[in-house]
Write a protein that binds this ligand. Structure first.
Ligand SMILES: *Cc1c(COP(=O)(O)O)cnc(C)c1O
Length: 423
């Protein structure tokens, strides 16, 4: 398939891979048309097999915080590989990574490495249930936590109705243990806690939800949640797979100064390799095997290549003042976009290096609001931008990501393309 163009590759992929992709959103179903194939990525750009160069705001869905293929990370992977790819014994990088995470993420006293964000979340849920001896979970509509059975549950009709599985293959008996309410609705929260607070093992959320576009927690919402959890004995799980190491070195919990009991991590800490982690209070983490009764394991967990990549990326971020840079680039992007969206039925959200342009009028503060978006108009906009060399995520309901590699020139070109594409 060397030198094949994207359409030929996609035709071949469709024959042997369900839907032609290894993760559904890549298939462009949200915008129509066919995905392009990438042959190379460097800095803020992707180069497709069709030799188009694109300014990339997907950043491999979050991990590429320094931009693509930064020299420090590529060198670390190459050097580490010389000494072996996987040992299946403890290796020194595991301690370095654990110490780095505990130093950076305020609430984490002990941590375990896994291989994906999904695995991190799944492990948090099992640990929370094992620790509390309770079964019920509370989640929020529009929050995505990987393809974990108990969490592939979206909206029931009311706050206290039983959950319906969102995916075939999730037993309804399992979905029935998940309660689902809208984000940013403190009254719904209080209602669930009043009715079932003493049966909740955990509340899980993205502290800044970024899987239905991007909206921010209302002032006081996270504080209220923390208070209700502490009162009822339910554990508070922050899913910081996307926000961790991105919104601040210590993620959203540092930015909002809320201390969860457990945190799921992924994406940025892998530096582009498959990594997740979960950690939190030492007394809870010590419930894990071999110390405690909650089983969790992984053949490739703590893999030296993956940890070398993640550590190199975090070190490079610290050395170059990465988070400050991202804040500045984010502010520039926001200024440009505010000018463009003014007076239109559009809503632009940004926090740090994450953003979303909704094709709907604000305010948007949960899934129910986000669903008002004109997805047809978004799809047209997406394809126009792509043709002009700017790649946003192929769905209205995904966040955009800036990296340290995005230049002023990139932002200026993007602003021109966005203005043109809106017509
Ligand atoms: C991406 C994501 C996950 C899942 O991580 P994978 O590595 O894709 O399994 C979980 N939670 C959030 C908030 C995510 O954005």
């Amino acid at each position: 398939m060397k030198d094949a163009i994207s359409s030929e590759l996609f035709a071949a992929a469709l024959k042997k891979i369900p839907g032609g992709v290894n993760s559904p959103v890549r298939a462009f179903r949200g915008v129509g048309g066919e995905p392009f194939f990438t042959k190379r990525a460097k800095g803020s750009k992707l180069v497709t097999v069709d030799d188009e160069e694109l300014i990339d705001y997907v950043g491999t869905w979050g991990p590429a915080i320094l931009g693509h293929a930064p020299k420090e990370v590529v060198d670390a992977v190459r050097d580490t590989a010389e000494n072996g790819l996987s040992f299946g014994t403890p290796n020194p990088l595991e301690i370095e990574m654990a110490e780095t995470i505990c130093r950076m993420v305020p609430s984490v006293e002990k941590v375990r490495m896994v291989n994906s964000g999904t695995e991190a979340v799944m492990s948090c849920v099992r640990l929370a249930r094992g620790f509390t001896g309770r079964d019920l979970l509370l989640k929020f509509t529009g929050c995505y936590h990987g393809h974990v059975d108990s969490l592939l549950v979206k909206a029931g009709s009311g706050a206290l109705t039983l959950g319906q599985p969102d995916s075939a293959g999730v037993p309804s008996a399992l979905a029935a243990l998940t309660r689902t309410i809208p984000f940013n609705r403190p009254e719904a929260l209080r209602e669930v806690f009043a009715a079932e607070g003493d049966r909740l093992a955990a509340v899980i959320l993205e502290p800044v939800p970024a899987n239905a576009g991007l909206y921010l927690p209302r002032e006081g919402f996270l504080e209220e949640l923390r208070r209700l959890c502490s009162e009822s004995g339910a554990l508070l799980i922050f899913d910081e797979v996307m926000t961790g190491f991105r919104l601040a070195p210590g993620g959203a919990q540092e930015r909002y100064e809320i201390c969860p009991d457990l945190t799921a991590m992924g994406k940025v800490i892998g530096g582009g390799l498959p990594v997740g982690a979960f950690g939190g209070r030492a007394d809870i983490m010590d419930y894990l095997a071999p110390l405690g009764p909650v089983y969790q394991a992984g053949t490739l967990s703590g893999n030296p290549l993956a940890l070398a990549a993640g550590l190199a990326q975090l070190r490079a971020m610290e050395r170059c003042g990465g988070w400050k840079k991202l804040e500045e680039t984010g502010a520039k992007m926001e200024e440009a976009m505010r000018g463009i969206v003014a007076g239109r039925d559009l809503e632009f959200h940004r926090i740090g290096s994450m953003f979303c342009l909704y094709f709907a009028k604000g305010p948007i503060e949960n899934l129910e609001d986000a669903k008002r978006s004109d997805t047809g108009a978004f799809a047209k906009f997406f394809h126009r931008c792509l043709r002009a060399g700017v790649y946003f995520a192929p769905s209205q309901f995904e966040a955009g990501f800036l990296s340290v590699a995005h230049s002023d020139e990139d932002i200026e070109k993007t602003a021109r393309v966005v203005a043109d594409s809106l017509g």
